[in-house]
Design a protein around this ligand. Sequence first.
Ligand code: CAA
Length: 285
Amino acid sequence: MNIVRIGVVGAGQMGNGIAQVAAAAGFDVTVTDIAQGALDKGLGTVKNSLGRLVKKGTIDEAAAAGIVSRIRWGTDTALHEDGDLVIEAATENVALKYKIFEDLSQKVRKSSLLATNTSSISVTAIAAHSDRPGRVMGMHFMNPVPLMQLVELIRGMATTDETYDAVKAAAEKMGKTTTLSRDIPGFIANRILMPYINEAVQALYEGIGTREDIDTTMKLGTNVPMGPLTLADFIGLDTCLAIMEVLHGGLGDSKYRPSPLLRKYVEAGWLGRKSGRGFYTYEAR
Ligand code: CAA
């Protein structure tokens, strides 16, 4: 299985990052989103990220221009028809992901591979909403995609060895290191990361410390690049809540109960960096 063309469904923070690293690795990339505004924003984010890499001397101006030129943007998922591997990177919502896989089954060539960038939802269930469960994989990228080394791979119940090998090779061509997780809610990364973040929110709720004390304790005390509340704002509080709901519902253990404070922030629309306010406030971007 030779992967040359990669499709990405969703131009948001994960989708545009995946498009960038795929184009940087020499793949021909097509990105679709339902809203033109999201595509424009996605292109802006890619240009901004490439600008930072040029400034740092990681790549030169010509390479950055080449990467931009290898990405096509559009609102019609039929643009993925000839994609060899189409990666869904939409919002972490079960019904939406099922709908996208039903749609891609109609639009994408039968021999092509489909992947989901879900961070917690069952890959087996998503695959069952496609016409080719054997050719579906979980491909979990980390944010910010251009900087983070890892892609966590998840095989669904039906995923074939050929699919796994081809997707692993594509991730490695993008310069990433892969790990393999069983298809259990949250996989490896979020099974461990999200309860940690949720506990930090609960510590704030219980008044154990201020947001600064909680973040500084973990940042300086455990050498992580961001404190857990800053990281939650960076990921998006709606995404953190959605993942906790999947862990809680899927594993049925009360230890995964989302903090009531996390729920309140999401109800208020305080979703973190992307909405300008979460545990901290951010300037409009
Ligand atoms: N593209 C290109 N370059 C970027 C970039 C981007 N998107 N974002 C940051 N950079 C560059 C900056 O230009 C900067 O370059 P210099 O060092 O040359 O100045 C460098 O990266 C560091 O950036 P900053 O100085 O702005 O900030 P920082 O030192 O805090 O680093 C960070 C930023 C890399 C994001 C770092 O804070 C970090 O690693 N944070 C943790 C990220 C993390 O845990 N991600 C996983 C989240 S979980 C997930 O994604 C999965 C899920 O399912 C929820």
